[in-house]
Ligand binder design. Structure first.
Ligand SMILES: [Zn+2]
Length: 460
């Protein structure tokens, strides 16, 4: 159908005095109100005309499919004959990106099953419980992941000209299934392309009464060199053991990326079943050793000397050029260097043992098997998985910053939703857009084909 819209406006300007800002300001204010009025008018006119068509027998039953009146089990009625059934007493209010629109709902009565129902929801594909449009849900979830709780409230108000209570915002985001974004990467192709994996976690403060610390953990696949991370999942208050089980249950069996790089947090070794080998983050190792030496009561100068030693030992450079062009002598040289470095770490362990630095000794004993994995792998497969988790740490810091702001007021589920949204937006922005495009389902079934604006000045 075609709906003709006529808009007539009277604009008052003060002769000789008005400035450009006043004109623009007036139009801007008006623009939103016009948008709301036109949308409301189009919806109501469309509703009216469709009811007319349906009741004259010129409509199609598929426009207003409804549950059969007598059948509680949700059997669809295919009746195609209707009578007018008056208006619903209560208007239906929709939250849209322009503001709120209230629509009087027209009802029809099905001549086959006798059901009386409002046509607008089936006609416009609006789900029964939904009070907000897809667009405003997208806006709110994007806002929620970017700002603190209270500020997201304010921000949404200014964007949408309406005030959405923070509890509503929270409910929308927490209820959605955001795992779709990490689940979709569990294909053979994606896992096959991983040159490594990374895992990291960060603590957060729980709601006021609870004094225990919660944790948020992330596992990533690494693709095409260390620059591209693919989120495999984010978890709130789950042990590494539970995380390992979750990933194993979803990933393609038999595919193991060559190396998992971790900072060595307790329990992380559970993840080793997901990959072939484990690498301790080469940035973290000296820092962690420093902490244990400090705990063992080692003086600062001595401590710094040992840290310098360890940093020097684990730093093994490999040639940048194509692996195939590297001579066998060169490879042998690097192999020897790894051997010597391993011996050097073992010497350090002995020194610590002799001096009674028990904490530092145990730490290095546990770490030594995972300090040179990436070099071994380079010799074996010709490319180097990431030596450190520094590119993931940047994301973790971002997460931590947001959690600090919202942590006190968000429950675990909201926190998880926020983290999932943030990951999806950072690492899979196309998938994020596609997800909303699917929900919006824009296919050009409504368009404004022409409009005309004319002006005439009248002296007052
Ligand atoms: Zn019916």
């Amino acid at each position: 159908m075609e709906i003709k819209v006529k808009i007539e406006a009277v604009v008052n300007l003060k002769d000789g005095e008005v400035n450009i800002n006043e004109i623009l300001e007036a139009v801007e204010k008006w623009r939103n109100q016009v948008g709301l009025d036109v949308s409301k008018g189009l919806i109501e006119t469309y509703q009216e005309r469709m009811v007319e068509l349906l009741c004259e027998g010129k409509g199609e039953s598929s426009w207003v499919t409804h549950d059969h009146k007598e059948d509680g089990g949700g059997q669809l009625c295919t009746g195609g004959s209707f009578n007018r059934g008056g208006f619903r007493r209560k208007e239906r209010t929709f939250r849209t990106s322009m503001g709120e629109i209230s629509i009087k709902l027209r009802q029809i009565v099905c001549n086959v099953c006798g059901k009386r129902f409002a046509v607008l929801l089936p006609l416009l594909k609006i789900s029964r419980r939904s009070r907000a449009t897809v667009k405003i849900k997208q806006m709110s979830s994007e806002t929620v992941a970017e700002l603190s709780y209270r500020r997201s409230d304010e921000r949404l108000e200014s964007l949408a000209q309406i005030n959405i209570p923070k509890t509503t915002l929270h409910r929308w985001t927490a209820r959605q299934d955001w795992e779709v974004f990490t689940d979709r990467v569990n294909t053979e192709d994606v896992w096959q392309s991983f040159t490594g994996m990374m895992a990291d976690g960060t603590g957060y403060k729980r709601q006021k009464a609870d004094t225990t610390k919660g944790n948020l953990r992330i596992v990533m696949g690494v693709k095409d060199g260390p620059q591209k991370l693919v989120p495999l999942g984010v978890w709130v208050d789950k042990s590494w053991e539970e995380i390992e089980q979750k990933i194993s249950g979803k990933k393609p069996a038999d595919i193991k990326p060559p190396v998992l790089t971790v900072d060595g947090e307790k329990g992380q070794d559970r993840l080793s079943s997901l990959t072939d080998k484990v690498q301790r983050c080469q940035w973290h190792a000296p820092h962690q050793l420093k902490y244990f030496l400090w705990q063992d009561g080692v003086a600062k100068e001595t401590r710094d000397e040992f840290i310098r030693q360890l940093s020097g030992i684990i730093k093994i450079e490999v040639p940048e050029k194509d692996y195939k062009e590297i001579s066998d002598e060169m490879k042998k040289e690097i192999e020897d260097k790894v051997e010597k470095s391993r011996d050097a770490v073992n010497d350090l362990i002995k020194t610590f043992k002799n001096r009674g630095y028990d904490g530092a000794c145990t730490y290095l004993e546990n770490a030594v098997g995972h300090l040179f994995t990436v070099i071994d792998k380079w010799l074996e497969i010709g490319y180097m998985p990431p030596k450190t988790i520094s590119i993931l740490e940047r994301t973790m810091r971002e997460m931590g910053r947001r959690i600090k702001k919202i942590g006190a007021s968000w429950k675990e589920k909201g926190l998880l939703a926020m983290a999932q949204i943030l990951l999806a937006r950072i690492y899979t922005p196309e998938a994020w857009e596609d997800y909303w495009a699917d929900l919006l389902d824009l296919q050009g079934r409504c368009g404004i084909s022409s409009y005309h604006v004319s002006f005439s000045a009248v002296s007052s």
